[in-house]
Design a protein around this ligand. Structure first.
Ligand code: PMP
Length: 431
């Protein structure tokens, strides 16, 4: 009854030809036809503020990417079995953005492929198979990575050699940053011991350093370092999954792991790397990668092709030229302030607001002294926001955290749009 005939027809045809695995956002799905910067338009010409998509990192349809891809596509598109100047130049440019120890890079098309290869490299390098991931992690679609992705729910079996470390939820855990840091590194040791007791030699800890699917947990800054020391003391490696926090978004640093003062052994990248063109990367310390590459070849038909590399190069150039890391820091801090004011006006709905740069978690919880997660209100809120032309979604083990992660084209003038709409929607849900 809510849906127009056109929408209903599209949903039915989609289901008929594509099956049920593809899930749509919203009870009233959006039919988007155009994007520019931080804005999206549907088929009826309605304009939306995109508060969700980090893939269009430098903004939907950024002209620098459109042009770079078009020009390269007209010229040539092949694969990594031929020499091509662009891939070498980009490798050098991207590695310059990493810690000196990370000095090799390989290319794929998706975050899943990058994590899949990283796990294989970790197993070759350490001679172990045991993997630790976060309680609500998502790392990909392949057999290996979906088996390391508890966020897929209970129907997705985890691999027998995977153990889950608790979500680093500082809001619920409390205590001093030192206590929290000690607790988390203690948990890491426990999980490593559990693996070893079950006969799985420890291989790696794979984590998104902003814990996005765990509900966005950026604080306290630096808490992750002690846990990574534990990983190393036990002969394991740390794979930083930068698919979400990477490429300047957190404002504090170009990479999420850098906020924590960590040097990972491997770094995986994806989503925003090509601003929508499929390209992902696995960067690693040379000695770690050599355990794999001295033994096995790797060929990925589309991975690192000249057109994808052209997109990635344009993205990197734009981030530097438009000073987007600094932009995320400044506009992100102002957005966080505005959202904290919304929280203060809604003590019975909002429990916590936290973030780094343009990566913010807005947590709906009951004012019952127990921080009880309010998933229903969060789900109702994203529907209402959608009806008011603001697009976002939820994250976290309780599905009660609004994930606010707009394209970095987000401007100060957009703060009022999101803050006042959120304010209005919460009022409506409270009355
Ligand atoms: N890691 C993280 C943290 C992700 O968020 C995702 C995608 N949501 C992936 C890996 C997988 O990336 P892709 O969908 O490009 O395979």
């Amino acid at each position: 009854s809510l849906l127009s005939n056109t929408t209903r027809d599209m949903i039915n045809r989609r289901e008929k030809w594509m099956g049920g695995a593809y899930r749509l956002f919203y009870r009233k799905p959006v039919n988007l036809v155009r994007g520019q910067g931080q804005y999206l338009w549907d088929a009826e010409g309605n304009k939306y503020l995109d508060m969700y998509n980090n893939v269009a990192g430098i903004g939907h349809c950024h002209p620098a990417v459109v042009e770079a891809v078009t020009e390269q596509m007209k010229l040539l598109n092949t694969h990594t079995r031929y020499l091509h100047e662009r891939i070498i130049d980009y490798s050098e440019d991207l590695l310059k953005m990493m810690p000196d120890e990370i000095d090799k890079i390989m290319f794929m098309c998706t975050g899943s492929e990058a994590n899949d290869l990283a796990l294989r490299v970790a197993q070759e390098y350490t001679g172990g198979t045991g993997i630790i991931v976060s309680r609500e992690a998502y790392h990909g679609t392949s057999a290996l990575t979906s088996g390391c992705s508890p966020a897929l729910g209970s129907e997705q079996p985890l691999l027998p050699n995977v153990r889950l470390i608790e979500t680093p939820d500082y809001y619920r855990h409390g205590g001093t940053p030192e206590e929290f840091t000690a607790w988390y590194s203690g948990e890491m040791q426990k999980k490593i011991d559990e693996l070893e007791a079950a006969g799985y030699k420890f291989s790696c800890f794979l984590a998104d350093s902003i814990f996005s699917s765990d509900g966005v947990h950026p604080n306290p800054v630096g808490f992750l370092k002690a846990a990574i020391d534990v990983v190393h003391k036990n002969g394991g490696v740390f794979i930083a999954d930068e698919v979400q926090p990477g490429f300047a978004r957190t404002g504090d640093a170009f990479w999420g792991f850098a906020r924590h003062g960590i040097i990972p052994d491997m770094v995986t990248t994806g989503k925003p790397m090509g601003n929508g063109i499929p390209i992902s990367g696995l960067a690693a310390k040379h000695e770690v990668l050599a355990a794999f590459s001295d033994k096995l070849p790797y060929f990925n038909t589309f991975g690192g092709n000249p057109v994808a590399i052209a997109a990635a190069q344009a993205v990197l150039n734009v981030i530097k030229e438009e000073k987007l890391q600094e932009h995320c820091k400044v506009v992100g801090a102002k957005l966080l302030n505005a959202l904290q004011e919304v929280k203060d006006r809604h003590p019975d709905s909002v429990g916590d607001v936290r973030g780094a740069g343009l990566f913010i978690g807005f947590e709906l919880a009951k004012n019952d002294g127990k921080k009880t997660p309010d998933q229903q209100k969060a789900l109702d809120a994203i529907e209402l926001l959608r009806d008011n032309n603001v697009l976002t979604s939820v994250a976290g083990p309780y599905g009660n955290v609004l994930k606010l992660r707009p394209p970095m084209a987000f401007q100060e003038c957009d703060i009022d749009w999101i803050a006042s709409t959120l304010d209005k929607c919460l009022h409506q849900l409270e009355s």
